[in-house]
Each structure stands twice: as C-alpha cells, then as structure tokens.
Design a protein around this ligand. Sequence first.
Ligand code: UFG
Length: 347
Amino acid sequence: MTDRPRILLTGAAGYIATHTWLALAEAGFDVLGVDNFANSSPKVLDRLAPLLGHAPRLEVLDVTQTDALQDLLRREPVQAAVHFAAYKAVGESTQKPLDYYRNNLMSLISVCEALRSQGCHRLVFSSSATVYGDPGVLPLREDAPTTSTNPYGATKLVGEQILRDLGVADPAWQTACLRYFNPVGAHPSGLIGEDPRGTPNNLMPYVAQVAVGRRERLQVFGNDYPTHDGTGVRDYIHVVDLANGHVAALRRLLEQPGSFTVNLGTGQGYSVLDVVRAYEAASGRPIPFDTVPRRPGDVAACWADPTHAHQLLGWQARHGLARMCEDSWRWQRLNPLGYDSPTPDTP
Ligand code: UFG
C-alpha cells in the first residue's frame, strides 16, 4: 500500500510510456502499468526496474477487454489514467483500417468506461500533430483547423471528439489531449529507448540503425519541398521532455478543474538533412543516403507553437536536437538489437 496517487498507464511497455513511467515515478506517483505486448517487449520491464529502484507493476491485459480492466481497477483504484495503448503506424493504418478503428477507439472507450465504473473521471490522451493534416499556417496553434488524412489520424481526431463529448455529457470528466509532434531520443541511461519492430517507419530510428550498421543507407523522401534545403521539416521533441509534459498535464488535472488540449513540441523545425548532420556529429559515424521520391501522405513542414502548454502547464521542452541525437545514439550503440540485446551495465 502507498499513499502516493495511483495512475493507470495503458500501453505501458511502449516507447513514450516507459519514459513517462519513469517521469511519473520521479514525480511521486504510483504507476500501475497494463500492456498486452502487442507492439512491445516484456524485456523492457527488466530495464525499468533498476531505473525505478523496484520491480515495475505491470498487468498483462488487453484494455479493450473492459471487464478485465474493471476487475483490475476494482482491486487497485486509480486517481487518473494516462492512455497510450494504441496502434500508431500511419502506413499500416491505410492497409488495416478496421484494426486501427477497432483497437484505437475501443481501447479509449473501454478505458473511459472502466475508469467511470470506479468513479474516476480523469484521463490523459495521446493525440498527435497528425490531427492538423497539411498545415496551413506555421507554427501550429491548438486552434488551427484539424482533419484526418489516414485511418490512424482519424482515430486520434475521433478520440479527441469522444473526450469532448464525454465532457459535455458529464462535466465530472477532466481530460487532457496531448498533441505530440515527433518524439525521438532515449533515456540518458541508455537502458530504455525506441525499439521498432521490423523496418523503422520513422526517420530517427532509421538513421540510428544506419549509424550502427544494421542498415546500409537512408532513403531521404523528397528534396523538392518548399523548405530551406528541400527536405521535410518536423518538430522533433526529446522523449524525456515529452514524458515530463505528461506529468505536467496530469498534475493540472489533479489540481484544477477543466479539460484542455495542448501541443507538445519544441517550436523548432528541423529538416531531414539537419537530422542526418546532427546524428553524424553525435555518433561520429557517416550516414550515407539516397534521395528518392516523396513518401505519399507526407507534408512539407510541421512544427508547433508550444506557448499554450507553457502558459497552462508551466511546461516546455529543454533538450535540443544535438541532445536528442546523443541520447538516441547511446541507446542504439548499447542496444544494437533493441531489447533483444544483452542489458548494458547500469550507469
Ligand atoms: N523520412 C525520410 N526517410 C525515412 C523516414 C522519414 O526521409 O526513412 C522523412 C519524412 O519524409 C519526413 C521526416 O523524415 O519528412 C519525418 O518522418 P517520420 O516518419 O519520422 O515522421 P512523420 O512526421 O512522418 O510522422 C510522425 C509520426 C506519426 C504522426 C505524424 C504527424 O510518426 O505518427 O508525425 O504528427 F502521425
């Protein structure tokens, strides 16, 4: 037993969730993790333990199974949930739309129902900058128009709508929609980080695998965008900063009434070639690349106006691109096969 506020963390073994787990624990919360390891490895638990100073508490459970989740929460009531459990690959979502709608929407609905059944009405939701579609005006403020361009993005847009509707129907609900920009990097310990299955879809994990020799060359998707060097520009945010954004959001929900939607980004855009150069500097390795045609569905540029998160939550990102690459490289170098690598010595 503990008198620290207990928080349900769904999708707890995933990339952003594990970093958020640590941030929550450091902030004095008691974390109850659930995951079904659909897209993560149980080995992450052995890595979390030395960082937490105790064994992480994780129930293997599919959160779309509302009855099982309700049973768990009856035994272990929580003060709030941080809901990460979802599928997240844009390309895959266009191939398997039903899987995405079913999993991402059912899991959100199920978590809300299970929370409500134990009298808890606080939820932090993982949304995404993808809800802005092809941005008209940069930087993006939270009141910019939203749209969806693929089933994954649609599940985030509808997820936000579900939470707004819930708040209208029952003002007891307090929800936070966090629109992530591009999470990268890893915990500075080198013990936890991003471990994509198969070929990475995202830029930095791909670059990391080229640097470590797992892949030969990067493909740069297009060099004819209207950006400073022709390659796509994004707002990369260190995953530890992002994790701290969740703590700030949760504190606000626990301390004050009301619901909110905030961007979690740095406000700074970097191109693909900027990232390649920064990674070469951090790793001391060359990143050979070929320029290939644009990837369908990609936008030229996307970065946040993070002012609202700063004003509302007192949160802002602290780490720059060099640090993101250094921490990513430490993780990749120490764990060339991700969580299938032998555990590195703890620092
Ligand atoms: N890129 C390459 N080569 C690669 C991978 C990516 O050149 O091998 C480029 C892309 O064209 C883009 C940039 O690197 O210009 C970043 O691409 P990512 O795939 O890393 O990130 P995206 O911005 O496309 O996607 C991310 C998240 C999505 C989310 C989206 C919008 O992965 O979940 O941001 O918020 F929907």
